[in-house]
Write a protein that binds this ligand. Structure first.
Ligand code: C5P
Length: 410
């Protein structure tokens, strides 16, 4: 029989709390076990007894319970399961999660966990659409929290619109997809990912940079780590938190990025997702450049930065088995991507449209086309997180069954 997978279920307040019972019931049929935390609000709608009767597990309610703390501290509770699921997630709990509050058992466990988190919001449509809730959801999404629903329909409050808890079967599907892959297909593999922009100093206070947020590169590193790869992320300056389970090396400029990537070799896979500045000031001044009187123009001498992608693609015996680059294009996507594949000497190019209309820079979604030698794949529009996972899975499949081998067996 398949192994039972443990999910820490957090039930917060809201009429949809009763559906958590259905999640437990149907989930157990799928081989999932649900130790549960019931918030004070949640306990207004379902009882610990009905939860325990269905789950066959203990239901935790108090942060400062002497017996629970001696049997199982909240830290252990938050880490013992493979995944933490909040269903239903109230507007209040989402706000607390976004703010990093820890004033009860549920919020403390959510802050202390090192496991992936999935939330299933349910609330009144106006509460869901409120900019405050939307901003909180955005923050959580950026931190890698999975979000399922809400869906549109009749709401318990009598209004209509989006705010209904996603269907229990859909939540269970999302749970299964969010659980770390049991066989960790990239275990034993080593991957280096570059991410973010680079800052090229003009003087101690000024620099040349670009609009890259680093979200795509960070999401790729997260996905590789989740599939079991030893993952090294070499990141330029970003506002993003370090992804869990990833070794992060922070750099400022292209030369430092190149240095850290070369030090990380040998690796099985290199993904160059950073928007490396192509040029840097020929001479970075050690003192702040002063304006001279009525000076109306000034020339800045630029020299080319090293091309990290091209360098590792030609790294001789240390060359990774798979070198992947990005091509940010605003026109003639295919033509430019194919030319880049040749010029850089890499194995795959993920080409994305960064024209303003596509909203890729700093945005949440990305749409790419994968170009390899003799192969083109159009990927659907995906969140940057999902795109990272799709890429990591695609890499895992290719390393297991390289194209030459596949061609022979075809
Ligand atoms: O030449 P272009 O900047 O369009 O190429 C984009 C690809 O090359 C990206 O994968 C980027 O990470 C990589 N690159 C690099 N080092 C550079 C410039 C680009 O690794 N100096």
């Amino acid at each position: 029989m398949a192994e039972i997978r443990r999910i820490l279920l957090i039930i917060s307040g809201g009429i949809a709390a009763y559906k958590a019972l259905e999640i437990i019931r149907r989930g157990r049929e799928r081989g999932l076990a649900f130790p549960t935390i019931l918030t004070t609000g949640g306990a207004q709608f379902v009882t610990p007894l009905s939860i325990a009767a269905l789950s066959g597990e203990k239901v935790y309610q108090d942060l400062f319970s002497l017996t629970d703390e001696s049997e199982m501290g909240h830290i252990r509770l938050s880490r013992e399961a493979e995944l933490v699921v909040v269903a239903p997630a109230s507007a209040d709990l989402l706000a607390k999660m976004a703010a990093g509050m820890a004033d009860d058992l549920a919020t403390t466990a959510l802050l202390a966990t090192d496991k992936p988190v999935l939330v299933a919001p349910a609330m009144n449509v106006m509460m869901w659409r409120h900019p405050a809730t939307q901003a909180n959801i955005q923050i959580l999404r950026e931190r890698g929290v999975g979000i399922i629903g809400p869906v549109a329909g009749d709401l318990a409050c009598g209004e209509e619109g989006d705010g209904r808890l996603a269907e229990p079967t859909d939540i269970l599907d999302a749970i299964e997809q969010s659980l770390p892959a049991p066989d960790l297909p990239l275990k034993g593999k080593r991957v280096v990912v570059t991410s973010g922009p680079t800052h090229e100093a003009i003087d101690p206070v000024r620099y040349i940079a670009n609009r890259s947020s680093g979200r795509q590169g960070h999401a790729i590193a997260t996905a590789f780590a989740r599939l079991g790869a030893t993952t090294i992320l070499v990141s330029g300056p970003t506002n993003l938190p370090d992804p869990p389970g990833v070794k992060v090396l922070h750099v400022i400029n292209a030369r430092q990025m190149m240095g850290e990537v070369l030090k990380a070799l040998p690796v099985d896979v290199a993904v160059c997702a950073a928007a490396v500045a192509d040029w840097r000031p020929a001479e970075a001044q050690t003192e702040k450049i002063k304006k001279k009187g009525s000076e109306e123009s000034r020339k800045l001498d630029l020299i080319a930065n090293p091309d990290i992608l091209a360098t590792i693609s030609r790294a001789g015996p240390k060359r990774p088995k798979l070198v992947i680059g990005f091509a940010a294009e605003t026109e003639a996507l295919e033509q430019n991507a194919l030319a880049k594949l040749e010029k850089k000497g890499c194995d795959w190019i993920l080409a994305n449209d960064v024209s303003e209309a596509a909203g890729t820079f700093g945005g949440e979604f990305n749409k790419v086309q994968l170009f390899s030698h003799g192969l083109t794949e159009q990927w659907p529009k995906l969140s940057k997180i999902d795109l990272g996972m799709r890429l990591a899975k695609r890499v895992a499949a290719t390393l297991k069954d390289p194209p030459a081998k596949r061609a022979k067996s075809a």
